[in-house]
Design a protein around this ligand. Structure first.
Ligand SMILES: *[C@@H]1O[C@H](CO)[C@@H](O)[C@H](O)[C@H]1NC(C)=O
Ligand SMILES: *[C@@H]1O[C@H](CO)[C@@H](O)[C@H](O)[C@H]1NC(C)=O
Ligand SMILES: *[C@@H]1O[C@H](CO)[C@@H](O)[C@H](O)[C@H]1NC(C)=O
Ligand SMILES: *[C@@H]1O[C@H](CO)[C@@H](O)[C@H](O)[C@H]1NC(C)=O
Ligand SMILES: [Ca+2]
Length: 518
């Protein structure tokens, strides 16, 4: 009976929302407010509807306890929900349903270890007329502490929250508009990139198209690598270590990297297009016997630290754990993420709270062999480094990924490595038919940097909203019209544009412009 009432209200809603009567906003508003009782009647499994509201355009959105806020830009219906995922865990999320709907659904991921609803992304997606969903990934705050002795909360962060977003979001979309979405999409970068990769592997049916930028996948090794970088310069007691490199020194190291490698791509423009072509020699910065006061130079232990930083990280059995730091990323304000001289908090907390399950640990003892325990335990199954995308490929899924080549947090070599792992696992020399990686010269972590770094990948990286300049619309064109993007055109702060090539093509300068060559 309740189900029948739900169906009836669905039909009424669809008529109201889609009608073009003179009074459409008033009508949309009352349909929105009626959604609360129809959702209650639907009794979505394990889900409590916290509130349904029809906010004024430009009102600031924030949920209790969470860290972000953003204003809406278009009229929409806002649904706040809480989903129970186990006896000891649950997810808080929101679905935004624009009055003017493009019949598409989009879910968003998170950043860092953040348990925060990304309101700016909800606003971005809904302003493009998608019905959108995002969540706090199952915890509050940018820390590992909520996972301590709480494996179900970690499971939400590792693999479950995006799946729950998809399951609940789609039901709410259908309840409101009276029909399911035509296609469903996912957008995320960094942790959000890892969540996108994980979802394609574990829940391949959830999304028709996925954008997974600069993925923090191979998560244990990423954190381990970050910890090892900090150890090379003496963390956690860095300033008293002979190999310590103060943050200010990275400015002149960055200059030397450019002096040695900027021109390799044919253009001296402050950008190292192909960091893997840069055989940086830090010895060029050694203080000679003739060192004069004020000259920027480095000691032997400091140069040795640089050698390690610019080399791949190998494990105790000689296996590759993580690619090297990208030469060309030193100029970033994010250099201090791993190289401030402190031990990186994410790595320390990860080791303590979910690998060793202790609250206290002497991080002075942190060393290469710590990866063995991290690999063995792989908390929450978070690694997300697996090449078997066959289920996602076979259901017709499309995945776009991108990586800045001046990424000071996750080296761009990682995304090439993942591409090649998938290629080998599926015995596909090229993944063009369902998976495309765009390398972005001069872009930092997910966005920013002096390159042509804006292509619609994040709310702060808006670009022309056509499928050549906006990666979301490029994905839509691929999924819905079969038109795969050969290049993505990025826009720099200066307004200059540039075509970004898909891997393994390379960007080559022909004397007057960059061309992608394969
Ligand atoms: C609801 O939660 C229970 C227990 O946590 C779980 O077994 C069940 O699969 C959940 N249902 C859905 C639709 O997720
Ligand atoms: C894209 O931009 C044009 C011009 O600014 C605008 O008219 C159109 O509505 C936009 N499309 C979307 C989907 O936002
Ligand atoms: C820490 O707890 C997790 C989850 O209960 C467990 O899998 C892991 O083995 C524990 N770590 C150690 C070192 O015992
Ligand atoms: C370089 O590429 C551009 C763009 O395709 C083309 O117009 C130009 O003629 C090329 N220049 C040379 C020297 O090949
Ligand atoms: Ca250059």
């Amino acid at each position: 009976m309740e189900f029948a009432v739900g169906i009836l209200s669905k039909l009424l809603l669809s008529v109201g929302v889609l009608s073009s009567s003179w009074n459409v906003n008033e009508e949309a508003r009352s349909n929105c407010l009626a959604l609360k009782s129809s959702l209650q009647a639907l009794r979505l499994e394990n889900t409590t509807i916290l509130d349904v509201s029809y906010p004024r355009v430009a009102s600031r959105m924030k949920a209790r306890g969470t860290c972000f806020s953003a204003a809406t830009t278009i009229p929409l219906c806002r649904v706040q929900f809480n989903a129970i995922t186990s006896d000891t865990s649950g997810i808080e999320g929101e679905v935004w349903l624009p009055d003017e709907w493009n019949a598409r659904f989009m879910a968003f991921g998170n950043r860092g270890l953040s348990g925060c609803i990304p309101y700016d992304e909800l606003d971005y997606g809904s302003s493009l007329k998608f019905a959108v969903v995002a969540s706090n990934s199952g915890h509050e705050g940018d820390t590992v502490l909520p996972f301590f002795q709480n494996p179900e909360v970690l499971n939400d962060f590792s693999f479950r929250s995006i799946h729950i977003e998809a399951v609940i979001g789609k039901q709410i979309v259908e309840a409101y508009y009276g029909r399911p979405q035509d296609k469903s999409y996912y957008l995320g970068c960094s942790t959000g990139g890892r969540q996108g990769i994980k979802t394609a592997l574990q829940y391949p049916g959830d999304f028709d198209g996925i954008i997974a930028g600069a993925p923090a996948a191979d998560f244990n090794h990423l954190l381990h690598w970050t910890g090892m970088l900090s150890r090379y310069i003496g963390a956690p007691k860095a300033p008293s270590s002979p190999s310590f490199i103060p943050v200010e020194s990275w400015k002149f190291i960055a200059k030397e990297v450019l002096r040695q490698c900027d021109g390799i791509d044919g253009v001296v423009d402050g950008i190292v297009d192909e960091p893997d072509a840069c055989d940086f020699r830090p010895e060029a910065l050694l203080c000679g016997t003739d060192v004069v006061n004020g000259k920027h130079c480095l000691t032997v232990p400091q140069v040795e630290a640089l050698r390690k930083i610019y080399s791949p990280l190998y494990g105790v059995d000689g296996e590759l754990l993580y690619p090297r730091y990208d030469p060309g990323a030193e100029g970033s304000p994010l250099i201090s993420f791993a190289l401030s001289g402190s031990f990186p908090p994410y790595t320390e907390e990860w080791l303590k709270y979910v690998v060793l399950n202790v609250t206290d640990y002497d991080i002075d003892n942190y060393a290469l062999q710590h990866h063995v325990l991290m690999d063995t335990i792989n908390p929450g199954g978070i690694s997300s480094f697996d090449g078997d995308f066959s289920a996602f490929r076979d259901r017709g899924g499309k995945l776009l990924t991108y990586h800045g080549r001046a990424d000071a947090v996750i080296p761009s070599g990682f995304s090439k490595r993942l591409y090649n792992l998938i290629s080998r696992t599926l015995s596909m020399p090229s993944l063009d038919s369902f998976y495309r990686l765009f390398n972005v010269p001069g872009m930092d972590h997910c966005e920013d940097g002096i390159g042509a770094s804006r292509f619609g990948q994040l709310p702060a990286s808006k670009s022309l909203n056509d499928s050549s300049h906006n990666i979301i619309l490029a994905l839509v064109d691929w999924v819905e019209n079969g038109v795969a993007p050969d290049v993505i055109i990025g826009t720099a702060r200066s307004g200059a544009t540039r075509e970004h090539c898909r891997y393994p093509m390379k960007s080559m300068w022909n004397g007057s412009s960059f061309r992608c060559q394969g």
